[in-house]
Structure formats: C-alpha cells, structure tokens
Design a protein around this ligand. Sequence first.
Ligand code: PLP
Length: 401
Amino acid sequence: NSVFAHVVRAPEDPILGVTVAYNKDQSPLKLNLGVGAYRTEEGKPLVLNVVRKAEQLLVNDMSRVKEYLPIVGLADFNKLSARLILGADSPAIQENRITTVQCLSGTGSLRVGGEFLAKHYHERTIYIPQPTWGNHTKVFTLAGLIVKSYRYYDPATRGLNFQGLLEDLSSAPAGAIVLLHACAHNPTGVDPTLEQWEQIRQLVRSRELLPFFDSAYQGFASGSLDGDAQSVRRFAADGGECLIAQSYAKNMGLYGERVGALSIVCKNADVASKVESQLKLVIRPMYSNPPIHGASIVATILKDRDLFNEWTIELKEMADRIISMRHQLFESLRAKGTPGDWSHIIKQIGMFTFTGLNSEQVAFMTKEYHIYMTSDGRISMAGLSSRTVPHLTEAIHAAVT
Ligand code: PLP
C-alpha cells in the first residue's frame, strides 16, 4: 500500500481548471474565454516578431554560455526593468535607492517580495482588493503574511467602490501592506482615475501604509507603457518606499519563459543595498538563481532603440485588438437588444471584462454554448475574435433573458 494512500485529490486551480474543462469538450463551437493569455484574431497564441529577432541575435552570439546567473539575475535586465516601470528620469533610480532582482515572472516576484516582508517588515498584514487575482491570497499566505481585503468593486455600478476603498484603507492599522494593481485590475478591468490614484497615494502615505504594486499588464491596458505606469510613478516620485512586482508574460508574450522582476524602492541607497543582501537570502534556498533565456530576450529588446520601438508597436497592436473586441461585443449586444446596460464592457480596461454574469449564467453558457470562463463571470477579451463575437452575444443574450 502506498505511503501516500491517504492523500486526497485537490481541486483544479479555478483559473487553469477552465482550460482543462475546455480541452475535454468535443464541440466545434467551443470557446475558451478563461485563459489570461493573448490570442490573435485567428485564436492562435502569438510570439512577437521582436522576440523572434532577439532570440535570433542570442542564438547567433557564440560568445554566450549557459552558466548560472547571479542569485539576483541578469544585471542589465534588472536595471532596464526598473527604468521601464519608473521612467528613465526617476529620482529613485538616479539616487540609487532602488534594488531590483530578477524573479520567476510576476508570481515569483510577488512571492519573493512577500517572504522578504514576512521576515523583515514590522507589520505582517497585507490588504488585497476584493476581488483580486485568485492567486494573491495563496501567494501571500504561504509567504507568511496575513491576508485581509479592502473593498474595491461595486457590483451595482460595475465600477470602482472608491468610498469603500478609502474607508477600508483608512481603518487599516498603520504600517499595513497594501497590494495595488498598477493598471488593468484583474479580474474587474476597473482602475482608479488619476485623481483617485492621487487620493489613494495621499491616504497611503498619511496612514504610513506600505504599497506593493502588482504590475502584470504594463502597456497592455492602454497600449502605452508610460501611461500604464502612472500609478506606480506617482508613488515612487514622492520619496516614500514601495515594492513593485513586474511581469513580462503579457506585454512581451513571454508567459512560459517566466520573466519578471521585483523592485523595492527605499529611502536611501544604503537601505536599498542591505535590502538586496536579504533578498538574496530569500531567493537562494527557494530556487538558487533565475533562468537566463527569457531575461536575455527582454534585456536585448530594452537596450536597443530599434527593437524597443518595434516592441511598442507590437504591444499597441495587441492592446488595440483587445479594445476593438470590447467595442464589437458591446455593439453586438446592443444591436441584439440584450437587456441590461453593457457599457462597462467598453469602460473597463485590460485583458478582462467582468461581465456581471453570475455563476448560474456562466454554467448555462458553458453547458448550452460551450463557452468557458471563470465562474465569477470574467471573460478574457483576448480570447475573443470578430468571428466569435456573434456566438458569445447569442449566449449572453440567452443567459440573461
Ligand atoms: N498578477 C496579476 C494581477 C495577474 O493577472 C497575473 C497573471 O495572470 C500575475 C500577477 C502573474 O502572472 P505571471 O506569473 O505569469 O507573470
């Protein structure tokens, strides 16, 4: 008898499980709107041309070897990643009071940041938005933090519950960590306006909360790398401290390469260098050092002006296709006369629309229309195309009437 005989089967991951169910479906009509990955108009995964070019350059460079990277990863990659999120003119970079370490995509960056805070920060409570990306709770709990939530989404308006957010952050204990989505909030697609960000910043600073930004969609929301970084830059510019987890999964389409970075903006250079020394102690026993290939692709693109420009164009094309899908779906529902106000589809930004469909309606659409999505009614706009909009419209119409 197995020594593991007592092990009970774990449930599928609620997000990745959608794809498992989709793969089992034999219907030619089936449509997967669960995955958080970009698809072309033909429904295919996309490797950016600029990524192919960078990989070719790397392959042709015979001086490159496969030695271990340092614990903190590729130096160029770290420097350029900080510059990308904070802007080249950032005072934090000029004053050298930031440490950046290469981590395993966004998830790994959040985890390393979480473990560092659990070990070295005086307050263990982290506030995450309600709702948020499903993995946040697990990542931070396992890192050793205590997870609480703040109000974020208002189902009545399908927009931001700004009053609730301010109230909850006002009553958080001084020093508490606050997880903020830098842009394109997942799963709701609802972001604060710049004025609201400014109020959040003032509240966070006056209550001495510690902001931890999750930046998984820079450039993917609006099509502008600088535009999507405004929230983070405001916080980094006020001289206060913060953490930033960056992912290149979506904006460079490097999902499986697991490329990301954790930056900690500190009060001064001395603190930053001590913090970095402790980050190494978090990373070394976890995975020793990060993988080399994806970070080399990113560094190759970020340090070459032509490749960088090419990237911004391809990035904008992805963002624009998603925005166009929003308009097509909205117009299609309107043309069909589907009951309800669907304007949130064009107001929300980023990869996802929080449709407002409930779990019964989602189950109905899966059963009758072979459309797959998470049970909270979140659909990936990137999984949609002009060809599939009518089918989704039919399904939504049937689900709400
Ligand atoms: N944070 C948010 C809000 C996300 O939506 C995602 C991915 O879906 C991630 C972090 C982490 O992604 P990855 O680890 O692939 O970079």
